[in-house]
Design a protein around this ligand. Structure first.
Ligand code: ADP
Ligand code: MG
Length: 355
């Protein structure tokens, strides 16, 4: 009851907005299911504390996205961009059911996609997340330390979502934003997310999935669960289904590909990633087999990735191989990945000299 009252009060006192409250700014993105703008509040609504906002005008899928964002805000707020408000804007004349408008705090200019495309990566991220002082000289050790910190933040955010019962299904650098306020990376775009505990969006919208970062399995749920049970049934069953099907491992494959792109400069472009996917498929999704086919004739750029992942006895490579696996149930979870020795490198420094 306390929770209920708190939720009610929070609802009551949270500001509500309508169409005319927003002044549209720069367009930030446009997909098949919506358009995203940077916006500010109209004079009468703005308060000095409030900075810029982001507005997504979404089609019918906006309803699910609002639901997901509300849930994230209550259960694992730091995982995703701060959600402000969502509503159905139905006033547009003669356009049927209208649009869903979703509003977030503007977290900053930089997505991970933009940052990894820079020649300076990962040094362009270093001061953002590690502060100014670095005693290491530029080189693999230092780059690895930055990439490790980004991965820890991504896995932490994912663990929050997964522990809440949400599978994102569209994890990619374009959907990771650097929050200037919190100085961490956060996940955005819950437009393809699914919540298995309450049966929301239970039937996967495969057509939404991005083939560049998707795990080889097309469907998150196995074909043993052909249709969505009604919400109460799903609530009772889904923890078991979650255990059986491990739907969160879909995101783990995608985050593994992000790790790969951060480690290998030559795999950061779209075309290179698509080519990698083709090669990996040809190797039966066995990344060690892929390694043995490309390493003998590897470019210096590709070799650099292997060297980075081979630091400290190859624990980075070990972590990568535990995420990029064909079988979902053989992939590590976000929680287990966070406990991987790769993230305890500080304590292991020096071990490589002892081997
Ligand atoms: P889409 O469905 O078009 O992919 P996204 O939710 O991913 O929509 O948003 C599109 C783009 O808008 C993002 O890639 C990012 O550049 C920007 N963006 C989205 N949300 C935020 C936010 N909270 N703060 C800053 N930029 C954002
Ligand atoms: Mg997106």
């Amino acid at each position: 009851w306390d929770m209920f009252v708190l939720a009610f009060l929070e609802r009551l006192f949270r500001p509500t907005y309508r169409k005319d409250d927003f002044v549209l700014g720069k367009k930030l993105g446009e997909g098949a299911f919506g358009v995203v703008y940077k916006v500010s509040l109209a004079k009468n609504k703005s308060s000095p504390k409030q900075g810029d906002l982001v507005l997504k005008k979404a089609t019918e899928y906006g309803a699910v996205e609002i639901w997901m964002n509300e849930r994230v805000r209550r259960a694992c707020a730091s995982s995703c961009a701060d959600f402000v408000y969502g509503f159905l804007e139905s006033s547009s004349k003669g356009k049927g059911s209208g649009e869903y408008w979703l509003v977030w705090r503007f977290e900053g200019e930089d997505t991970l996609a933009g940052l990894i495309q820079s020649k300076e990566f990962p040094y362009n991220v270093e001061t953002k997340i590690l502060g100014e002082v670095q005693d290491l000289p530029r080189g693999l050790e230092r780059e690895n330390k930055i990439i490790q910190t980004i991965m820890r933040q991504l896995l932490f955010a994912l663990d929050g979502l997964h522990s809440t019962g949400i599978v994102h299904r569209d994890i990619k650098p374009q959907n990771v934003i650097f929050s200037e306020g919190s100085r961490i990376f956060k996940i955005i775009d819950l437009g393809a997310a699914t919540d298995l505990r309450v049966g929301i969006n239970y039937i996967p919208k495969e057509f939404l999935l991005d083939p560049r970062y998707s795990a080889p399995e097309q469907y998150i749920m196995s074909t043993q669960t052909p249709s969505a049970p009604s919400a109460p049934v799903a609530t009772a069953l889904s923890p078991v289904l979650w255990q059986m099907n491990l739907p969160d491992r879909f995101d783990m494959y995608s985050v593994g590909l992000i790790f790969l792109q951060m480690a290998f400069p030559s795999l950061r472009s779209d075309s290179a990633l698509i080519q990698f996917n083709r090669q990996l498929k040809r190797c039966g999704y066995d990344i060690s087999a892929w390694r043995s086919t490309v390493e003998p004739r590897a470019s210096p750029e590709l070799r650099k990735g292997f060297e980075l992942l081979d630091l400290d006895g190859g624990i980075g490579w070990e972590l990568l191989t535990s995420m990029v696996r064909y079988k979902a149930r053989q992939r590590t979870s976000a929680k287990a990945a966070l406990a991987h020795p790769y993230f305890k490198r500080e304590g292991l420094l020096g071990l490589s000299f002892m081997q």
